[in-house]
Design a protein around this ligand. Structure first.
Ligand SMILES: [Zn+2]
Length: 549
């Protein structure tokens, strides 16, 4: 019974854990790296065809994005997840395949012009569709018998529609161990979806730590609508647009929920709506809202279909009363890229919600190109921005004067606003509440899915607060879950450290290449006038004398 760490170790994205137990080979999540890597993910140590099962905690690409690649490499086992995760994966993995295909096509066109060979996509639509045929949905809370010695239970992690923590009960040679993978743990009192659930028993816990160093302000939900109304007023008064980079699945639907509150939300009980919200309604009664991402539109349908299983009570009540909590008049969904381009030709102040949420790819980059230079517009961030991403750069204290979009410099003149409080992740206190709920003696808590500076201090904090030994593993660390011992020490060197070494090698390789070129030039010079050859030889000798002095 072994646990091997593959990805999201000492960093946030690329979640993947390899588990061997009861004669089976399993993966928990198979995510894609997003943004620059802090620590290199490791390759899965066995042939994809040998893997029996994949368990997916939730549909976010950093937890599911490499499943089609696994299929491409020969995996034909079963993929278990909740039904909302299955439906979301169905649209997200196909979308990801489409991105891989068009990226490869674009690079190939460039390469062919440069006389270099074409590029294969990481995986294509057939791989995504093939992977989807292996998915099997399971309900929350049921004890599911997977194979002899392997039982699992999914509980609601309250992070995204369909998200879950997974509890494994594994038996090998008469010894039974419980191991829980937290998945991403949700924030409490969010719009639309339920709060995270807690577990009580485990021998080992593998737990996320994205916000292990921070406490969210967590303003009441009404305050978020109010904050949004204030931004709308000042931006529209300037004649600008409000551009909201948001991931298509989850955050986009939450923003729609709040925009609906601003536009048509009713007074609740005795509470009177804030004057800013009333002012928006009076002065900009029909401000248009564009959701510009085909994926967001499909994801919104999945939200509407999973109300009973995943929505919190207030949202269920709204649906029962015939209200769509994420729909309203003046909401436009754009699909074709031509329709997308039209948005910026129309001068009416508007809200544009587009993906990706960290501005690294997707249509949001077009909207940034059209709005970032404009001091009247506002760019509003509503989610975590990984270090190194454009979103993170725009939010930093040392914001650059210009950024490059589609090869062109674009001035950063728009107002950049950070609107926290909508986090999909529990903060430090939420994470501690989650781990403190265990009533058994947890043998070890593995802290993953957190930035390098966060994981070690958070591991110490977990131990201080719970008494459970906690450790932040590195990729390729292997633990024997029967004895609790570490049987392989992983790769503790960050990509940055390795890059310095590689850079030194690259520079030397440049020098060697220059030397080879010199030799080639010399050989081609045979037959040129002796005077020229002698002059060239003198110059080379001079240069060498100076260099070796
Ligand atoms: Zn997530």
């Amino acid at each position: 019974m072994k646990l091997r760490f593959i990805g999201a170790d000492h960093e946030v994205t690329g979640s993947c854990h390899y588990l061997e137990a009861a004669g089976k080979k399993m993966l928990v999540d198979c995510g894609m790296e997003q943004g620059p890597e802090a620590y290199l993910d490791q390759v899965i140590p066995v042939n994809a065809a040998e893997i029996d099962y994949v368990f997916v905690t939730h549909a976010h690409i950093d937890h599911s994005g490499l499943i089609p690649l696994l299929f491409k490499k020969g995996f034909r086992g079963t993929i278990f997840c909740t039904s909302a995760t299955l439906e979301l994966c169905n649209i997200m993995l196909k979308d990801s395949a489409h991105i891989q295909e068009s990226d490869a096509e674009w690079k190939s066109r460039k390469n062919i012009r440069a006389g270099i060979s074409s590029v294969e996509p990481l995986y294509d639509m057939d791989d995504a569709e093939g992977a989807m045929s292996l998915f099997k949905s399971v309900p929350y809370h049921d004890e599911i018998h997977i194979a002899d010695g392997i039982d699992v239970k999914f509980i609601d992690a309250g992070h995204l529609l369909g998200s879950s923590s997974i509890e494994f009960t594994l038996t090998e040679d008469g010894v039974t161990k419980k191991i829980v993978f937290s998945g991403d743990i949700g924030n409490k009192d969010k719009p639309l979806i339920k709060n995270p659930e807690y577990l009580e028993e485990a021998d080992y816990v593998v737990m996320e730590s994205t916000y292990g160093d921070r406490v969210h302000e967590n303003p009441p939900l009404d305050d978020f609508a109010l904050a949004l109304a204030k931004i709308l007023l000042k931006t529209f008064d300037r004649g600008g647009n409000v551009v909201i980079p948001a991931f298509s699945v989850g955050r986009t639907q939450e923003v729609l929920y709040f925009l609906r509150q601003v536009k048509v939300g009713e007074d609740e009980k005795e509470k009177v709506l804030p004057k800013e919200i009333l002012e928006v309604r009076e002065r900009y009664p029909h401000f248009p809202v564009y959701v510009d991402s085909p994926l967001s539109i499909e994801a919104t349908h999945v939200f509407n279909e999973n109300v009973a299983d995943c929505f919190e009570q207030k949202a269920i009540d709204m649906v029962n009363a015939g209200i769509n909590p994420i729909g309203f008049e003046d909401l436009h969904t754009t699909v074709t890229s031509q329709q997308s381009q039209q948005i910026n030709f129309d001068k009416t102040p508007k809200v544009i919600i587009s993906a990706s949420g960290m501005c690294e790819a997707g249509r949001i980059r077009h909207h940034l190109k059209h709005n970032l230079w404009n001091p009247a517009s506002s760019i509003v961030f509503v989610g975590y921005q990984s270090p190194g991403t454009l979103g993170n750069i725009l939010l930093s204290d040392k914001k650059p004067a210009t950024v490059k979009l589609f090869g062109e410099p674009v001035a950063v003149n728009a107002e950049i606003i950070n609107l926290p409080g909508l986090s999909g992740h529990a903060d430090k206190n939420g994470l501690l509440t989650w781990i403190k709920n265990y009533k058994t003696d947890v043998q070890k808590v593995f802290i993953v899915h957190g930035d390098n500076e966060v994981v070690d201090p958070f591991a110490k904090l977990v131990t201080a607060e719970t008494g459970f030994p906690a450790y932040a593993p590195y990729t390729e660390d292997i633990f024997d879950l029967i004895t609790g011992e570490q049987i392989q020490v992983g790769d503790v060197h960050s990509v940055e450290k390795k890059a310095k070494k590689t850079k030194a090698n690259t520079v030397f390789a440049r020098l060697v290449a220059a030397g080879e070129r010199l030799m080639a030039v010399i050989k081609r010079s045979e037959g040129r006038p002796n005077k020229e050859l002698a002059k060239f030889a003198d110059r080379i000798n001079d240069m060498c004398d100076k260099w070796e002095k």
